[in-house]
Design a protein around this ligand. Sequence first.
Ligand SMILES: NC(=O)c1ccc[n+]([C@@H]2O[C@H](COP(=O)([O-])OP(=O)(O)OC[C@H]3O[C@@H](n4cnc5c(N)ncnc54)[C@H](O)[C@@H]3O)[C@@H](O)[C@H]2O)c1
Length: 470
Amino acid sequence: MASPQQIKNLQNTFERATLGSPNAVSTSPSQSFLQQQFQRPRSVSQSQSKSLKPFNTGDIKILLLENVNQTAIDIFNGQGYQVEFYKGSLPEDELIEKIKHVHAIGIRSKTKLTQKVLEHAQNLVVIGCFCIGTNQVDLNFAAQKGVAVFNSPFSNSRSVAELVIAEIITLARQLGDRSIELHTGTWNKVSAKCWEVRGKTLGIIGYGHIGAQLSVLAEALGMNVLYYDVVMIMALGNSRQVPTLDDLLSKADFITLHVPETSETKNLLSAPQFAAMKDGAYVINASRGTVVDIPALIAAMKSGKIAGAALDVYPNEPAKNGAGLFSNDLNSWASELTSLRNLILTPHIGGSTEEAQSAIGVEVGTALTKYINEGVSVGSVNFPEVALRAIDYDQENSVRVLYIHQNVPGVLKTVNNILGEHNIEKQYSDSQGDVAYLIADISDVDQGKLNSLYEQLESTPYKIAIRLLY
Ligand SMILES: NC(=O)c1ccc[n+]([C@@H]2O[C@H](COP(=O)([O-])OP(=O)(O)OC[C@H]3O[C@@H](n4cnc5c(N)ncnc54)[C@H](O)[C@@H]3O)[C@@H](O)[C@H]2O)c1
C-alpha cells in the first residue's frame, strides 16, 4: 500500500500536470512586481516536491465576468491570483474602467471585447473565452496589442455525442411525435416504421473529437459505424473509414454531421446528397447551421425520402432566449420546417451541460495559468503557438524572456544581441501574420541586472510586449 508521503507526492505530480509545473520559475511581468522581487530574498527548499510558488502571484489580477465556472476560480485562487468575479456581463463604460488594470479577463459570449474596450487595457496579457466561440473578441486587435486569446473548443464533445445518441433512438422510435401527440391528448400506439437501432449503420461525417466519441457510444448500442473524413484517421473499435462521402451516404441508415464550418462544408448535404441516401434514412446535424441545405432537407422529408431528422444548429440563430424568436423573419423556411413530423429541433444545446461548463472552466483556466506563469501559448486562437520546456527550480539565476514583436526582419538579431550577454539555454519563436512571439530561457543572470535587461528589451524597435519570468 502507498505511504502517506507517496500519496502526497502523487497528488503533487497530478497538480503539476494540471496546473503547470511548480518547477517552472515564473512570475508576473509588471515593473512594480519586478521591483518587489529584487528586494525579496528567495529561499526555498529544493528537497520538497512542491506546490510552492517561488513568487508573489497575488500581483496578477483577473477579472471574471458572466458567471465563469467555479472550477476556473479555484484554479486562479490556487495560484494566488487576485480574482474579481461578476455573475453577469458589465456595461461598456464599467468594463472599460475595470479592464484598465487587470492582467487577465475571463468572459463568455455576452461581453464584447472590441478595439474600443481593449484600447483601455494597460496591463492585459491574456483573454480567456470560457466558451467555444471567440467572435465577441477583436482577435486581430488583441494580437496586435500582444494579448493572447484562449477558448475551449473541445470540452463539450462528450455532451454533443450523448445528445446525438439520444436523437438516434428518438428518431428511430418517433418519440418526439408520440410525445407531442400525448401532450395534446392523442393516444397513438404504433409500431410501423419504428425500429431498434441494433444492427443499423451509423454514418459519421467528420471523425474529430465529437465524431470519434460518438463512434464508440454507437458501437456499444450494437450499431455498425462508418465514417467519412477529409483526412485519414485511425478507426476506433470496429468502425471503418470510407473513401468517399457517396460511399457513406449510400450505406448508412443514420447520417450525422460533425464537421467545422468552412467553405467546403457549406451545404455539404443538399438535394443530390439526400437523393444518394437510402430510402428512409435519418439525418442529424449538431455541427454548424450552414452545413445542411435546409430547404433541400424539407423537400426530402416531405417526399418521404428522409424518415426523420434532428437539428441543433441553424444558419441564423436568435441572439437570446425568448418566445417567437425562431420565426420566418430569422430563417425564411422556419414555419415550413417546424410543421414536419419526426423532426427534433433543439436550440443549439448540444454542448450545454453542467459537466461541459465545469470542463471548460478547467481547460481555459489551465491555459490562462500556463500562459501567465510560463508563457506557453499553445491553443491560443489569435497568436503564434509557442511552448518551451520549464526551467528547473534549481536553475537559480535563469530568466524566461517572453518577447512579442512585429513580424519584421532583423528583430531577432537585435533581441539575441541583448540576450547573448547571457547563456541562452533554449529558445523558440514563431509568427502568425503580423505578430511574432519568442520565448527564450537565459541563465547566469545577475538578479541586480534584471531591471537593465528589461529596459534594454523594452527599448527595442518593433517590440509589442515583454514579460520576464524568473
Ligand atoms: N451543437 C453544439 O452545441 C456543438 C458543440 C460543440 C461543437 N459543435 C460543432 O461540432 C463540429 C465538430 O466539432 P469537433 O470538436 O468534433 O471538431 P473537430 O475539429 O475535432 O473535428 C472535425 C472533423 O471534421 C473533419 N472535416 C473537416 N472538413 C471536412 C469535410 N469537408 N468533410 C469531412 N470531414 C471534414 C476534420 O478533418 C475533423 O476530423 C464543429 O462544427 C463544432 O463547431 C457543436
